[in-house]
Write a protein that binds this ligand. Structure first.
Ligand SMILES: *Cc1c(COP(=O)(O)O)cnc(C)c1O
Length: 387
């Protein structure tokens, strides 16, 4: 389907909505598959980036596993057809109900984040006469050099087991009857574009791997998480993230035994660029020093700019001329942070024009809410409008 056909479709329906271009998604996943097959790496797609069933179906087709961070995501992954033995469950605050759901469905493993959590999983598994497989999420104290709200691998963050607790954790794993040690898990943050952070991660992983082997706990799987960033400024030219250099770093710096499996949990890098938020201009409001383009999408549809000052490339689909004007593109919600972009270079923009907010396939729809009782955003995808 051509861009012109897509835009014709956009004009025919109510705004705002997310549009997923599955051809773009498949192009990205093809590039990913080329790299992982080369190194025999395994993918667990991080559902929290985008759990739309259409997207999940594409991931299932590729044979990926699922990385879940809630009971809702565990259920969604099973509903979408992920194999239970390829579903992992992470998160600092797993409730008893969520742990029981995961136990009942015999998921692959829990990525456990604290000593207390291990004790609870052991207890709940005992009640069901089951053995829970455990990967330990370790906090490697690596600076991902990304926004402070999306860095997760520093000592000061709430995530992961701190190295100081390891002797107790190892003792528990050796004595708990309903826990089975499976491997190690790391995840240092999101939207990481300085790939040297991953080299530092690899060096820490090697240390932890050796430490556990010395303590007679053999990690069968090493899960290095997700976090690879995308280029939000050039979504067309850089559709495919830098998978080549990303995986090369792990190949070069991880020192593992040939039978240790390496798992990755990408979210954003797979889905960000296949999605866009399509919205219409309601009003052009001249300000004192600048003009506002008030659009019909708000922070309840896409919260990233308001939540962490995230950049999304914005364009006018109705009037593709010179970008010789500047607008602040704002939503209708009663919050000053309901702003998608400041001083956005756009052509002369008018009421009724269609606006695209690009690279919105990750952490967009999944974070949508009903603030101001605006309703939950609609979605369309390329396959359903092909005919
Ligand atoms: C969020 C998250 C991911 C995915 O991160 P991306 O930056 O979207 O690739 C992977 N693993 C865990 C444990 C996460 O919390």
């Amino acid at each position: 389907m051509t861009r012109a056909q897509q835009i014709a479709f956009f004009k025919s329906v109510d705004t705002p909505f997310y549009f997923y271009d599955l051809q773009k998604l498949r192009t990205v996943l093809d590039a990913l598959d080329r790299e992982i097959n080369q190194y025999k790496y395994h993918i667990h797609y991080a559902l929290k980036a985008n759990a739309n069933p259409v997207i999940l179906k594409e991931m299932v087709k590729r044979g990926y596993g699922a990385d879940c961070v809630s009971g809702g995501e565990v259920q969604a992954s099973l509903d979408a057809g992920f194999i239970p033995d390829q579903v992992v469950f992470a998160g600092v605050g797993k409730s008893d109900a969520e742990i029981n759901l995961a136990l009942n469905n015999n998921i692959s493993c829990f990525n456990a984040e604290s000593l207390q959590e291990l004790e609870v999983i052991n207890e709940l598994a005992a009640q069901k006469n089951k053995i829970a497989k455990i990967a330990l999420r370790l906090n490697p104290d690596v600076d991902a050099k990304t926004h402070r709200y999306i860095t997760t691998g520093l000592n000061e963050n709430k995530f992961g087991i701190n190295p100081g607790d390891l002797p107790q954790v190892i003792e528990l794993l050796n004595t708990a009857k309903n826990l089975e040690f499976h491997g190690l898990h790391f995840h240092i943050g999101s939207q990481i574009t300085d790939l040297s952070a991953f080299k530092h991660l690899c060096l820490k992983v090697n240390e932890f791997n050796n430490y556990f082997k010395e303590h007679q706990l053999y990690p069968k799987t090493i899960n290095v998480g997700g976090g690879l960033g995308i280029d939000y400024h050039n979504p067309e030219e850089k559709l495919i993230p830098d998978f080549i250099n990303f995986f090369r770093i792990f190949d070069r710096f991880l020192e593992l035994d040939p039978n240790q499996e390496v798992h990755f949990e990408p979210g954003r890098s797979l889905v960000a660029n296949c999605g866009e938020l399509i919205t219409r201009v309601l009003y052009i409001k001249p300000g004192l020093s600048k003009s506002f383009a008030v659009v019909d999408a708000g922070m309840n549809e896409l919260i990233r700019p308001a939540l962490y000052e995230a950049f999304h490339k914005i364009d006018n689909l109705s009037n593709p001329q010179n970008h010789d004007k500047k607008y602040d593109v704002v939503g209708p919600v009663c919050e000053t942070s309901d702003t998608f972009g400041k001083d956005v270079p756009l052509p002369e923009t008018r009421r009724g024009d269609l606006i695209t907010i690009q690279s919105a396939g990750a952490y967009g729809e999944v974070m949508a809410g009903n603030y101001n009782l605006r309703g939950i955003v609609k979605t369309y995808h390329s396959d359903e409008i092909n005919n």
